[in-house]
Design a protein around this ligand. Structure first.
Ligand code: SF4
Length: 678
């Protein structure tokens, strides 16, 4: 067979959504490269996806349906036919649905971000069934909802324009590890004289390369934004015309901000008053000034308010007037009108039914709940796809206990035997991105992409779309939409304004959007203004952490270290942890701890330590490092439990309390103690 090159798109939960070129020889994918013609990708991929053939042809791929034969969590399974697996699932789900279909819960997130293999046929299936709805909150809903409340949508600057900025605040983002293609543009700006300032509790690889690093305490970003506002007011670095014409609610916030002197701000944030003053001076006097905010900073109690406060800053100084000024947290709202979720997901299949909604972030508690009038029926079945909740959801002791319930029927669609698959009754082999068709939007740029299948499915693996088609047939769902093939779904996914032919031909199309979208206001709010005072939310404020010396002093005496759990550079959430060459780079699970915290605890570099609080404990190696500031430890994630030390990972100690906006988990709002492991 001739060597061919196939166009694809990276499916992973990363803002960059790279365009791929896959080289196929004799029906086998031998190389995965970045598309040199796709402007955001410019021919480069991260280390993780450059090794995609290693992941695709991994000897431990699940390639046949499996039925559990050992206790839950034991990982003991036997192969079964597709017919037997689908038949057994349909029989079990029918019996539960006859009592109450809400006892069945779909559980999925961004294991693939594809519109087809994510929520298309799967959503149709669960809507038709009347299953519980899932609130998909685990990563970004605090910041996403906060941004939408302020700007009217998840919209922001164009990625490429950062190259022309003269000041870039990289706020809550280790771009080199998790937003590489933004970093390329930031470097270009740096070469042209821009100042780069990293705002992050951890001294990341990105902080190393910036001109300045402001290592604030976790969860104090909102306080810093208020402190900056006061300095902008006091020094009159405000764009009064922009504020008057394009914002609503500034006078009330201005009054609130005036209480945030540099000294008070510095005390709350754990930085110096001069850092506050200098940052405000840089931001108030440099044009164009840009902010790249990322989701790390919103994984705390006050994450939503913090995003609202930071999002106001570009309006106060009129940064939006320039294409290279403004802010980007998410670009996903730009795709509104260019994707058709209703056509794909068919919520009309619910009819008049209004099922309850389960928050994916509190599945640990919810799996252990009995039936009640407030909660509804006890959860009797879970169908998990594109997610690994046993590893990634907070407070794993409860999650594991829930997944281990003998009376819970669990189906998992997967590539590998993850911690979650180990707890399944039936595991179904899923295709990877190289083996199926998909369409992708992005939350870091404004291009739509199409992913062609490059190779035939390995073994007996099937696309998620096909699995839910077969399940629908076995359940007796005979609506014509369950017979749509993937090409039909790919057409249905696109909004009216998309050139489908160009998308098929080139693999990607750029959305037709203005270069400086809010230069003259025009935010997608009802008034076209930035809503500082947002309906139902009021004026934003600093919201302290659930757990901190300030909010819970007694707890902080017992657990004095604040823990954050940012992603390890070579993993993407829990994906890639089982790829040996990437795991070898990471070595072992580790916690970065400053010498000032390690020495009094008798912790040496490389020692095995126990990180613990009242919820649980996990083991890892200590790395004495100035990447951690005193008082804060960084436990890099997210290791599979069974590949970590003693079958644990960082989520043993995180909690299920939610953010102020968006019902999201507050992973980085967590007090712990660290001690040498005995
Ligand atoms: S994970 Fe991100 S940077 Fe890596 S290839 Fe995918 S989209 Fe690109």
């Amino acid at each position: 067979m001739p060597t061919t090159t196939v166009r694809g798109a990276c499916p992973h939960d990363c803002p960059d959504t790279c365009a791929l070129r896959i080289t196929v020889e004799d029906g086998r994918a031998v190389k995965v490269q970045g598309d040199p013609d796709h402007p955001p990708t410019h021919g480069a991929l991260c280390t993780k996806v450059s090794r995609y053939p290693e992941r695709t042809y991994h000897p431990e791929r699940v390639l046949r349906p499996l039925r559990r034969v050992g206790p839950k969590g034991s990982g003991r399974f036997e192969p079964v036919s597709w017919e037997a697996a689908i038949g057994e699932i349909a029989t079990r789900l029918k019996a539960i649905a006859a009592r109450d279909p809400q006892a069945i819960v779909p559980y999925s997130y961004a294991g693939t971000m594809g519109l087809l293999q994510g929520e298309s046929m799967a959503a149709r299936f669960f809507h038709r069934l009347g299953a519980s709805l899932l609130d998909r909150t685990i990563c970004a809903s605090a910041g996403g909802e906060a941004l939408a409340a302020t700007y009217g949508g998840k919209v922001g600057m164009h990625l490429a324009h950062y190259a022309k900025s003269k000041l870039i605040l990289i706020w809550g983002s280790n771009s080199i590890a998790s937003n590489l293609h933004f970093w390329t543009f930031a470097q270009q700006a740096k070469r042209d004289g821009a100042k780069l300032i990293c705002i992050d509790p951890r001294r990341t690889e990105t902080a190393d390369k910036c001109h300045q690093h402001i290592a604030l305490l976790p969860g104090t970003d909102g306080a810093l934004a208020l402190g900056l506002m006061r300095e902008l007011v006091v020094n009159d670095w405000l764009d009064h015309d922009y504020i008057a014409r394009h914002t609503e609610g500034w006078p009330a916030l201005r009054e609130r901000a005036m209480a945030w002197t540099p000294e008070r701000t510095a005390e709350v944030c754990g930085i110096t008053p001069d850092e506050v003053r200098q940052l405000a001076r840089d931001y108030g006097t440099t044009r164009p000034a840009a902010i790249r905010l990322n989701y790390g900073m919103q994984r705390v109690h006050g994450g939503g308010n913090a995003v609202r406060l930071v999002a106001v800053l570009p309006c106060l100084v009129g940064a939006w007037r320039d294409p290279a000024g403004g802010m980007l947290l998410s670009a996903s709202g730009w795709f509104k009108g260019f994707r058709d979720d209703a056509a794909l997901q068919r919520p009309d299949l619910l009819g008049t039914r209004r099922p309850r909604t389960i928050n994916m972030s509190t599945i640990g508690d919810d799996l252990l709940r009995e039936a009640s009038p407030g909660f509804g029926p006890r959860i009797e079945a879970l169908v998990v796809y594109n997610s690994n909740p046993v590893a990634v959801v907070p407070e794993s002791p409860k999650v594991v206990k829930g997944f281990a319930r003998d009376d819970l029927f669990t189906v998992v669609l997967e590539h590998f035997m993850t911690d979650t698959a180990d707890h399944a009754d039936i595991v179904l082999p899923a295709t990877t991105q190289l083996e199926h068709l998909d369409v992708h939007t992005s939350y870091g740029h404004t291009y739509l992409l199409r992913n062609e299948p490059a190779i035939r499915p390995l073994g007996e693996a099937k696309p998620n779309t096909q699995v839910f088609r077969e399940l629908a047939a076995a359940m007796g769902f005979d609506e014509p939409c369950f017979r749509d093939d993937d090409e039909t779904l790919a057409r249905e996914a696109l909004g009216a304004g998309v050139d489908a032919e160009a998308l098929r031909r080139d693999g990607w199309v750029k959305l037709p959007l203005p270069e400086a979208p809010f230069a003259d206001g025009g935010f997608p709010t009802p008034s076209g203004r930035c809503l500082i005072d947002a309906p139902g939310l009021g004026v934003p404020d600093f919201v302290p952490n659930h757990e901190s010396a300030r909010s819970t002093p007694e707890l902080a005496r017992r657990y004095p270290l604040a823990m954050i759990s940012p992603p390890a550079r070579n993993f993407l959430n829990s994906s890639f942890v089982n790829v040996a060459s990437l795991r070898d780079i990471e070595g072992e699970p580790l916690v970065e701890i400053h010498e000032a915290d390690a020495v009094p605890r008798g912790i040496a570099d490389g020692a095995t330590v126990r990180v613990f609080n009242d919820r649980g404990s996990f083991l890892c190696k200590a790395r004495l490092s100035t990447r951690a500031r005193p008082g804060v430890v960084n436990a890099l994630g997210i290791w599979w439990r069974k590949l970590g030390l003693a079958g644990t990972n960082v989520n043993e100690v995180t909690h299920q309390r939610l953010t102020d906006i968006g019902r999201a988990p507050s992973f980085y709002d967590c007090l712990v103690e660290v001690a040498p492991a005995s």
